[in-house]
Write a protein that binds this ligand. Structure first.
Ligand SMILES: C[S@@+](CC[C@H](N)C(=O)[O-])C[C@H]1O[C@@H](n2cnc3c(N)ncnc32)[C@H](O)[C@@H]1O
Length: 479
């Protein structure tokens, strides 16, 4: 999605309206927790025609509801004939979602178009960039660094500012790998200390393996322990950067980046971009949408994480219900859709049963402790042959529900609930089908916010969604 002209603004504006209408129609589904499936009899909320169709389907076929553009390419013939059997409303809904939602599949050519980083391939040094880095993060930082390096080539800037830099993994590739100055803002002091230690180790290792001309290109990042929020004044922010780089004045230009800035930090980063004249480009990939503030969750706050655009903020004043996204809707938007698709397709029944076990546990908890609904339980991996009792003991370990003894767990009700595990898979799949739609609304709102202020905006998937489910970058430049 690349947006710049006023025509495109109209396009996004219309999409936002239509998307929100879809959410309104299906909020009964989006706002229903799977753990309440038995307690609230969610199955009977589904239209009868859906129930009838879904009940007779092997769970493997449900994967069709989550199929992405790429997966369709593989065996399109089979899919079309099977799809024709679905209830009309479900078919229509799938079609509407496909036409409105932002693609979750990265462009095939993406890697080829990006600047390379030879140091990431250096036999002796490459592992230094991956210290304390899991495979998911490794995938993200390599790609994100290359995209930010390209933005630096395309825009005349002096450095980039990383919001919520964590251990500085992204900054390290940019600074030592691409020779770009980075100012990291991270609110946790211990992370900054660790980041400095990793930088120092990398430098001493590099001193043994690189010659002076290569070492001269290194840029050590500045790591600032600071919390940025909607109340941070742009002048304070700019002054912190000036001090960090010991610059004589504030006559500099920079780009703003963020890899999974959590909660409202994404919104803060966009506001800072718009309010600082020196900020020239923006590249960030969001995360944990359910942790963003909204008027509903924090009515006393002035500025919220969602919505951001004037279009939706105006709507919020006149008809709040028309653009609100519930906590439950924003939470499902963060689930790993493609991995669930794979498990459905492969018929991994043992794994798929886990939601049913959790929902059966919820019924027991609600029965004995009606005030403690939706309590957090431990995550339990389903093992072959695991009984409900095994699951329950592990899930409640260390919680007050551990006092429930096995006689209280041996009810006929549990047996009946678990017999219907496939129904809960259907219900969860239907919610998951709507997840990219909720995410698209959040992303369209962000795009609209930036477009309304005259920026050029691009939103696209850049990470493999199976490795990193929150995979859309929002990029902007000022006109
Ligand atoms: C999900 S982590 C991502 C870290 C890093 N960007 C990465 O990808 O490895 C988000 C980081 O943002 C930091 N953070 C969250 N809110 C912040 C704020 N308001 N100001 C500064 N840092 C913040 C957190 O402490 C955390 O380290």
């Amino acid at each position: 999605m690349h947006q710049s002209s006023s025509n495109n603004m109209i396009d996004i504006s219309n999409k936002l309206d239509t998307c929100l209408n879809v959410v309104k129609k299906y909020e009964w589904l989006l706002n229903s927790y799977v753990s309440d499936f038995y307690v609230e009899d969610h199955w009977n909320k589904l239209p009868l025609s859906w129930q009838k169709h879904l009940e007779q389907l092997p769970v493997e076929s449900l994967s069709e509801l989550l199929q992405s553009d790429v997966d369709v390419d593989v065996d399109v013939g089979v899919q079309v004939t099977r799809r024709s059997l679905w209830p009309l409303e479900l078919l229509a809904l799938r079609q509407v979602l496909c036409s409105l939602d932002i693609s979750r599949t990265p462009k095939r050519q993406l890697e080829v178009e990006l600047p390379s980083c030879p140091l990431l391939e250096h036999r002796k040094l490459k592992h230094m960039f991956m210290k304390c880095v899991k495979p998911k993060k490794s995938h993200e930082i390599k790609r994100m660094a290359a995209i930010c390096a390209r933005s630096c080539q395309q825009n005349s800037i002096d450095f980039v500012v990383d919001f919520g830099a964590g251990l500085g993994h992204l900054a390290r590739i940019l600074g030592y790998g691409y020779g770009i100055n980075v100012c990291c803002f991270e609110m946790q002091a211990n992370l900054n200390q660790q980041a400095l230690a990793i930088d120092a180790k990398l430098e001493s290792m590099a001193a043994k393996h690189l010659d002076a001309s290569e070492l001269a290109k290194f840029k050590r990042s500045a790591h600032l322990t600071q919390r940025l929020s909607s109340s941070t004044k742009p002048t304070e922010f700019i002054e912190s950067i000036r001090e960090a780089f010991q610059l004589p004045d504030t006559d500099f230009q920079f780009g703003i980046i963020g890899l999974h800035p959590c909660g409202d930090l994404g919104a803060t980063l966009m506001r800072m971009f718009l309010n600082c004249e020196q900020a020239k480009f923006l590249n960030f990939v969001g995360c944990c949408y359910h942790k963003m503030s909204t008027q509903e969750s924090q009515p006393k706050m002035d500025l919220h994480g969602y919505p951001l655009s004037s279009q939706l903020r105006r709507q919020l004043q006149t008809d709040a219900h028309s653009c609100q996204l519930s906590y439950e809707a924003r939470e499902i938007a963060c689930h790993a859709i493609e991995l669930y698709y794979d498990r459905l397709k492969a018929g991994q029944h043992e794994y798929l049963k886990i939601h049913s076990l959790r929902a059966a546990a919820e019924r027991i908890i609600v029965h004995h402790f009606p005030d403690l609904r939706h309590s957090a339980l431990r995550n339990v991996k389903h093992a072959p042959g695991m009984t409900f009792n095994d699951y329950f003991q592990k899930a409640v370990e260390g919680t007050r529900f551990a006092e429930l003894n096995s006689t209280q767990l041996n009810s006929k009700q549990i047996e009946t609930d678990l017999l219907h595990w496939e129904r809960i898979v259907c219900f969860y799949t239907l919610r998951l089908m709507l997840a990219p739609h909720v995410e698209s609304i959040i992303l369209y709102d962000r795009a609209m916010f930036l477009l309304e202020k005259g920026c050029q905006v691009n939103i696209e998937a850049i990470f493999d969604p199976r490795i990193s489910p929150r995979n859309h970058i929002t990029s902007a430049v000022k006109n």
